[in-house]
Design a protein around this ligand. Structure first.
Ligand code: OAD
Length: 271
């Protein structure tokens, strides 16, 4: 049965002038990527995060931690965006196309939003394919097969670590600044596919509410945010988002007609 989307939320999305979306691992689940906390199937159900996702764990056993992240990097590279990712990329184009502002804040490290065509993406927790030397700080993107050795070594001899945020680490300053600027003047904040447990990302919805934004959550389960939002849509993002965007923007998207000239089908633009 199709999840019910309140008409007032559809209207709010259609009229949004400054839309902020926060996504979590739930948005990538339909692409075959495990979430962190889904009981029994989540990554953390099998591993103790303190054993893996902390600077101390890397200090203690860099080879084991690097191998675990590199295996995830290689697996994720085979995954494709799902209809939820694609709908968010369409939503961005629609909001920008009507002169609005759009920011996609993601806790995900899989780059599937970018693969789906989203442009205004802020990676709050880094990216699996970015690896950074723990000695000289040099960062490089890795898109090939598994590393030949663990931990992989930098030219300076230092051990390279995944460019993701670990427990106990601060978020990238630029990402935090961009997120706070976007939340400061947003009129609609959508929290999608996140358990709303990990701060500071989980605090952004509170900040948006405090500034008067309307808020909505899309998640099959309840979270600590569920009682705070104006709308809660109980469903999977891969089902809800395409329906939400199609109903908010029923017209076909404007088509490119020459460099940067957007027209609607049927209305010919003189050459
Ligand atoms: P979690 O695993 O904590 O939560 C995933 C959420 O997605 C849950 O609330 C699920 O109910 C929901 N969900 C599952 N399937 C879904 C679907 N098809 N559509 C929509 N929602 C679905 O993942 P995050 O909230 O992303 O941080 O976790 C936040 C952070 O905790 C991660 O970025 C990571 C982790 O520690 C770091 O490692 C720093």
């Amino acid at each position: 049965m199709r999840p019910e989307i309140p008409p007032s939320l559809i209207e709010e999305v259609r009229a949004a002038r400054a839309l902020v979306v926060l996504t979590g691992a739930g948005v990538s689940k339909e692409s075959g990527i495990p979430t962190f906390r889904d009981a029994l199937v989540g990554l953390w159900a099998k591993f103790d995060p303190e054993e893996l996702a902390t600077p101390e764990a890397f200090e203690r056993d860099p080879a084991m931690v690097a191998r675990w992240y590199d295996e995830r990097r290689v697996k994720v590279a085979e995954c494709r965006p799902n209809p939820g990712h694609l709908a968010l990329a369409d939503l961005e184009r629609r909001i920008l196309g009507q002169g609005g502002r759009f920011t996609l804040l993601t806790q995900n490290v899989d780059r599937l939003h970018q693969a789906a065509g989203s442009r205004r993406v802020v990676e709050l927790h880094g990216a699996l394919r970015v690896w950074r030397c723990s000695r000289c700080g040099e960062e490089r993107e890795e898109s090939g097969g598994p590393f030949a050795e663990y931990p992989p070594r930098c030219g300076c001899g230092g051990a390279r670590r995944p460019g993701v945020v670990w427990f106990g680490e601060v978020l990238p300053r630029r990402a935090v600044d961009e997120a706070e600027a976007a939340v400061r003047d947003c009129d609609l904040f959508l929290s999608i596919g996140t358990s709303a447990l990990v701060h500071p990302a989980a605090g952004l919805l509170h900040e948006a509410r405090g500034r008067g934004a309307s808020t909505a959550e899309i998640n099959p389960e309840r979270t600590p945010a569920s009682d705070l939002v104006d709308w809660r849509v109980e469903g999977q993002s891969g089902e809800v988002l395409p329906d939400l965007v199609a109903r908010a923007f029923p017209d076909p998207p404007p088509v490119e007609n020459g460099p940067g000239r957007r027209t609607h089908p049927g209305r010919q633009v003189p050459p």
